[in-house]
Design a protein around this ligand. Structure first.
Ligand SMILES: [Ca+2]
Ligand SMILES: [Ca+2]
Length: 175
């Protein structure tokens, strides 16, 4: 009886350690990762845009004319859902007569959360013509994007290139 109980005890301890080991897996992974090898991405609950940098945009409108008569575009970004009628955020300020090849930074005055990380959003670059967003202001460019792209290890900057604009979205993720 005594001779048999030692191996049993060792086996029991080994089993307990194995269970504890398995249970603790994932707890020491970097943010956003899980799994035995910490290589499985967790889908974020939201993605927050902390900064938008417009690196460049088309210097001329589709008719090859200046965006304004005699001056350059007065730029500001708007973030919408996939349907551009669903405005999530419209920048309250703009850069007057922006240079098409200069980088301009916009920092949202609100916490700009994208709460559907796996759904498409749109960023539009507008030219402020003193009108409302969709009546009179010129739309310079639009780019559609997913806040979360699986398999990319959560980049801090999402760079979007559309025909008429290059823009960097600085983001942070929440899980
Ligand atoms: Ca204009
Ligand atoms: Ca102008």
């Amino acid at each position: 009886m005594y001779k048999n109980s030692i191996p049993h005890l060792i086996a029991s301890i080994s089993l307990i350690m194995l269970i504890v080991g398995l249970a603790s897996c994932g707890k020491n992974c970097d943010d956003g990762f899980t799994g035995k090898n910490c290589d499985i991405e967790k889908i974020p609950t939201k993605v927050t845009i902390t900064k938008i940098v417009v690196n460049g945009f088309a210097p001329l409108d589709p008719s090859q004319l200046q965006w304004d008569v005699g001056s350059g575009a007065d730029i500001y970004p708007v973030v919408t859902g996939e349907n551009t009628a669903n405005v999530v955020w419209s920048a309250p300020t703009y850069y007057q007569d922006a240079d098409a090849n200069t980088a301009y930074t916009f920092q949202p005055e609100i916490i700009l959360d994208l709460i559907y990380p796996e759904k498409y959003y749109t960023i539009m670059l507008m030219d402020n013509d003193g009108g409302t967003i969709f009546n009179q202001d010129d739309a310079i460019a639009t780019a559609v994007f997913l806040p979360y792209n699986a398999g990319q290890s959560f980049p801090e900057v999402i760079t979007l290139n559309s025909q008429n604009m290059e823009v960097d979205l600085h983001v942070k993720y929440t899980w």
